[in-house]
Design a protein around this ligand. Sequence first.
Ligand code: HEM
Length: 391
Amino acid sequence: MSDLFPFTQDAKAEPPIWREGEKLWMLTRYADVQTLLRAADAEVIEFQAHIQTIAVKAGRNYDCLVGLLSAILFFRNPPWQKQARASLRRGLAAIGSRMSDAEIEPIIDTAVASVAGTAFTDAVPTLANRIPILVMAHLFGLSEATVETLNRQGKGVVNAWKRAMPLRVYSALEDQAAEIDQALRFEIHRARQDGGPLSAFLDEMHGYDDREIVGLTFGLIMAGIETTSGLLSSVLYVMAAEPQHVTAMRNGELTERGFVDEVLRMAPPLRRPSARRLAEDQQFGDVTLPAGSFVSVDIMSAQRDPALFENPHGFDPSRSSTSLLAFGNGIHACLGVHLASLEGRLLLRAALNFELGLPNADGVDWDPDPTFCRLRRLDLQLNPIQHRLPS
Ligand code: HEM
């Protein structure tokens, strides 16, 4: 078992397990996870409908909260999800030129340079969280402050599905959702008047009302920040903890892509996507789960399945690639694979110009939330490498 990711001792590929506390089946083998994610009739739980029911019963108005959640693709089923997915794909293509190496590299280089030096910095807020915010701001032509606020307010809203909560919590989330709604409507109105990247994106959102457009934009921004920041924190952590791979990359013996893919395999930033409900009986290996069962997946365990990966718990960036599940699979597969991988590789490339120092174990803190695999704190020192002048 690798000491590199000490919190992942529980990652283990085994037959479907019933989790009494959560009242669902957990899939951990690669083949089982892939089968579920590809099962077109396995539905995600549209919990915004449940929040709407709570609002009606309690005589409250949670319209903004329900509106935002209703437009987040991975909480929706076809046909709405399928159509909205096609629209978001077109919207992203319309601003695709802003996702090139040439556009993103200076953003990342500047962020890295701003924390370089002899002092330790917590690289989670200063780099891992900040870079995806800067990139999203660039993509849509928004300010860093606007995207930072959307992300901060949006975290609670997106997590509203996690458990039944007291009414006062839903009411507080409704207030946050209303602020997000107002801020995005303002930006959308401005973009429609002044043009710019957000307007090019909006041009592809045909047939939706304003509330849906706000929700679609919000959902895309949120999907692109939380997960990517997890990847970036893990990339920096492994670079600092295993400097032999950094040397190999500097010498051209190891590819940047191989390193990032191995980080995605060992530490998938979205470890547990939202649960599905089976519409039909479904076979997972020699176990059949009945229609109506709730089923969840553990991507980390699946990506350490010895049936597919030799020495599954070892970090080996030179391993030949097997399709990863870190970006999902099937009808909900991630729309941001290109962008997220680009951010990972460009941060890695920028960091290769520095010696990365980890102070001690106290400066490394993993998020205990089992949905994600990411750091909450990563104290790091980035010392510029002294390039020797040729004699
Ligand atoms: C390392 C970073 C990322 C990881 C690990 C990741 C992972 C995932 C996974 C596992 C899913 C499937 C969820 C499910 O099946 O329930 C997903 C969906 C999605 N991702 Fe990503 N993602 C990342 C970055 C991004 C970025 C940068 C964007 C935006 C540009 C994005 C946009 C989306 C969207 C819109 C969906 C929903 C697709 C649908 O439901 O049809 N993601 N992502």
